[in-house]
Design a binder for this molecule. Structure first.
Ligand code: KG4
Ligand code: ZN
Length: 338
């Protein structure tokens, strides 16, 4: 079969990224222009500034991605772009750029859901990974347990009822004086602390999560005890939230397998995805959990956990194979569902 080269374009939040991926799994280039230094001083992403920066750099990032892959635009078979969920102004930059590129070259355009991209990051890291499996998407905007039934066939089993786990990490970090994005800083500081601070267990029910209670509890404890050991607070926060993630994942896996009669068809693979899956404590605890439950745990290499276009190109490849081609009226959908 002829190789299929996909150009992926991602601009849903504060990373402008363009990538060339061969046959959905082999990354030929993955250029990521992060705006973190620009938004850091505001303590979070400022939507309009993000959009303007995407406009500034998207052409250069695309040129670099093609150059590094040593591919001319006319040799690309598919253009895939994130059209949601995300910040509308930021998404529109990538969507408009991809539409213009597709119109000018005649290359088919494929729409990609950002979450689907996060899931697909695992296909790049693990060439042998195939559906079905259970995926826990943990990012700045989402906490989803998803039954991956096929490459383009998903069933959401549970999700957060309020804050996403990444949001809780970033908020807690901000309150204790760590810079945006706080997740990686909590990860680092927690390694120096003990899990000795009593925190309320996050609410977990019917496969759903809630993290606003634990976020508020940590903020209150920190407020009442300004001299509290921050490393201990980070370690305790990390432990109690990871316990909740594992507890719910375990229940969801049982639930899916209950409806599968043949033993050999039961799901024994769990993939983590999204920015928070870069967390070293979460990774280690899931691997331990996998060993005790006899389940294989997957997570993408670090660079592919946070936003990047290689994951969008990979997901776009599978959408292309399933015949999902966008028309030129494709629009950004900020609250797009899977
Ligand atoms: O997937 P992502 O890049 O963007 C969204 O789609 O939301 O995720 C960003 C989130 C941020 O909340 C960031 O703090 C968190 O991922 N994050 C981490 C780590 N690295 C990134 N959280 C915990 N530990 C990390 N090592
Ligand atoms: Zn993301």
């Amino acid at each position: 079969m002829k190789d299929i080269l996909t150009l992926g374009i991602e601009s849903s939040c504060d990373e402008t990224s363009v990538s060339v991926v061969k046959n959905g799994r082999e990354v030929l280039s993955n250029i990521i222009n992060s705006q973190i230094p620009i938004h850091e001083k505001f303590g979070g992403v400022v939507p309009e500034i993000a959009s303007r920066n995407h406009v500034d750099v998207i052409s250069t990032v695309t040129k670099k991605a093609l150059e590094e892959a040593k591919i001319k635009i006319n040799n690309i078979d598919v253009i895939s772009v994130t059209y949601g969920p995300g910040l509308v102004g930021a998404l529109l930059v990538g969507v408009s750029y991809a539409k213009a590129l597709s119109y000018a070259t005649g290359i088919p355009l494929v729409p990609v859901n950002h979450l689907e991209g996060h899931i697909a990051a695992n296909y790049i890291t693990f060439k042998e990974l195939e559906p079905p499996f259970l995926c826990l998407v943990i990012s700045g905007g989402h906490t989803h347990l998803i039954h991956i039934k096929g490459y383009t066939n998903f069933e959401i089993i549970g999700s957060t009822r309020d804050d996403a786990i990444g949001e809780a990490y970033d908020k807690v970090a901000r309150v204790i004086g760590l810079e945006y994005p706080g997740g990686p800083k909590i990860d680092k500081l927690a390694k120096k602390g003990n899990t000795n601070i009593n925190l309320p267990e996050p609410y977990v029910e019917n496969f759903d999560f809630s993290f606003s209670g634990i976020k508020t509890a940590v903020i209150n404890i920190n407020h009442k005890n300004p001299n509290i050991n921050k490393a201990d607070l980070c370690a305790s926060f990390e432990k109690i939230t990871t316990d909740a993630l594992i507890k719910n994942t375990k229940i969801a896996l049982k639930h899916i397998n209950k409806n599968i009669n043949t033993n050999s068809n039961k799901i024994n693979k769990i993939a983590l995805a999204g920015g928070v899956s870069a967390n070293s404590y979460i990774r280690d605890k899931f691997v331990e959990f996998g060993k005790t439950e006899n389940v294989k745990i997957y997570y993408p290499e670090l660079k592919l956990c946070t936003d990047n276009a290689a994951m969008i190109a990979s997901a776009g490849y599978y959408q292309y194979l399933s015949g999902n081609i966008a028309k030129l009226d494709l629009n950004a959908i900020p609250n797009l569902k899977l």
